[in-house]
Write a protein that binds this ligand. Structure first.
Ligand code: AMP
Length: 473
């Protein structure tokens, strides 16, 4: 058995991450990956890494922190090659360690193999138990386990190995692998997390979101389909296989919060989905007020929609310090609370005596909204109505979003009225699940909405999150 004791440590094996891979001869692939990762920074701020191949060896630079902290000119220049993959990492408490920063690299004799993963597989522990005894895991990441499972599966090349191991993985995986001479991009049959393909002159790219293609000047080609495995090399993009998808389950929360508003998935611009959800919310839960305010930036698109549909003017009230990371990420509650104050400063003069509607994308633990309301009360606001552009988050995600465990999700233990009281709002309303699905314009049975309704597209009982939950409690 492999050294899985490490995995029982208080660590989470799940990631909400950004991935970027490029194949292109005669171009600076590391630098382009750097810019690609920069535009995917919102998907993870805890660590970043880039691995390149020169045809013989893989070379990596990885570190904790933001993309701009990890890389400098010297480090980018040290990564020479014609294909690369990169990763920005986001984990929960305890998981923020250098050993878990991706890409994960398996150093094999003459055949190095690297992986960048967005998602979470729920059977990581089971798979780890089945690995040969000589495998020594160097991280506590499910991605490394996947790497070893792939390595030990049958096939005469890496794409065949990926194909023969595909059905062993339960859960979410949008991945880009790097071998000595090619990229291999693949996506689980549910299609939980996004993965898109693009073209930059004669080079090809696979990455999490279309915003990264825009940033590096690449053209969107198409999405990697759920269950699809493609290779990217000097012959361009080639489909290895497409395993049939029994249940497509694109993550609804990508539209709510995770993705950048300028990204497009399933032909839907995220900004427009959010704007429509704001419009629907205005119809579902109208209220009289003087001004509609967004919690920037996550609530901005929805607030514009709410304002448009309600006829109540939209205004800037919360000024955001954009040099502060996402407060949600801070592990300690007291730091999270201070974080909100560091992040938002209200325009006191504008809101004094006003009735305001605050629109945000979601309430998870309730920390952010409670603090914002407290700050605004201190400015003499007359009425504060909260409109949330997603349904109550009641259940944890097993498929790659770092929602806390169930007992920390405020909507799992308080009613909407009780939450209203807890955060100190004059009124609180959430968007209905039907409303959100309608805003996405995707068929309801092709979406994963488990964080809102607890209906998981596959059995999660005993799934990896639960192991983590049990060991940390
Ligand atoms: P909370 O203070 O715990 O209620 O967190 C809610 C805030 O966190 C909202 O303003 C969201 O924009 C943001 N948020 C929601 N989900 C996530 C996530 N998975 N990672 C980081 N931030 C999130």
């Amino acid at each position: 058995m492999v050294n899985i004791q490490k995995l029982k440590y208080k660590e989470s094996l799940k990631d909400k991450c950004g991935i970027f891979g490029i194949y292109g001869k005669g171009i600076d692939v590391a630098r382009i990956s750097f810019f690609g990762l920069y535009s995917l920074q919102h998907r993870g701020q805890e660590g970043a890494g880039i691995t390149v191949t020169d045809g013989k060896n893989l070379k990596s630079v990885k570190g904790l922190g933001l993309v701009s902290t990890v890389f400098d000119e010297e480090k980018i220049n040290s990564l020479k090659g014609f294909a690369s993959i990169g990763h920005t990492r986001y984990s929960t408490t305890g998981g923020n360690k250098l050993c878990n920063v991706q890409p994960v690299v398996l150093n094999l004799k003459n055949d190095d193999f690297a992986l960048a993963h967005n998602g979470n597989i729920i059977n990581a522990m089971d798979l780890a138990h089945k690995l040969p005894s000589d495998v020594k895991l160097s991280s506590t990441s499910d991605t490394e386990i996947m790497g070893w499972v792939i390595k030990n599966s049958s096939g005469k090349n890496w794409e065949e190995k990926i194909l023969s191991s595909f059905n062993k993985f339960q859960g979410a995986f949008s991945m880009i692998a790097l071998t000595k001479n090619k990229l291999i991009a693949f996506r689980d049959t549910y299609g939980f997390r996004p993965l898109v393909l693009g073209q930059l002159n004669g080079s090809y790219i696979a990455c999490s979101e279309t915003c990264a293609l825009d940033t590096v000047g690449a053209k969107f080609i198409r999405e990697v389909a759920p269950g699809e495995i493609v290779t990217i090399d000097e012959k361009g993009i080639n489909v290895v296989d497409k395993i049939s998808s029994l249940k497509k389950s694109f993550c609804l929360f990508e539209y709510v919060y995770l993705a950048r508003p300028d990204s497009i998935f399933n032909k839907q611009l995220v900004h427009q989905v959010r704007q429509r959800s704001g419009e629907i919310l205005a119809h579902e839960s109208p209220i009289g007020a003087d001004i509609v305010v967004a919690v920037p930036d996550s609530g901005t698109s929805a607030a514009i929609g709410y304002s448009k549909a309600s006829g109540i003017p939209y205004g800037e009230v919360l000024i955001k310090n954009r040099y502060i990371g996402r407060t949600f990420i801070q592990p300690e509650q007291y730091i999270r609370e201070m974080g909100v104050k560091l992040k938002f400063n209200p325009l006191k003069k504008i809101v004094k005596g006003k009735r305001i509607i605050i629109v945000d994308d979601s309430i998870v633990r309730g920390t952010t909204m409670k603090k914002i309301i407290k700050i605004l009360r201190g400015c003499g606001v007359r009425k504060i109505h909260i409109r949330v552009c997603s349904p109550p988050v009641t259940d944890p995600c097993y498929f790659g979003i770092d929602t806390p465990n169930k007992k920390k999700l405020i909507a799992s233990y308080l009613t909407i009225k009780e939450i209203e009281k807890f955060i100190g709002a004059d009124s609180l309303a959430y968007l209905s699940l039907d409303g959100l699905k309608k805003a996405s314009r995707i068929k309801s049975n092709r979406l994963c909405s488990s964080c809102f309704d607890g209906k998981y597209p596959m059995p999660v009982e005993g799934g990896f999150r639960k192991d983590v939950f049990e060991t940390i409690n």
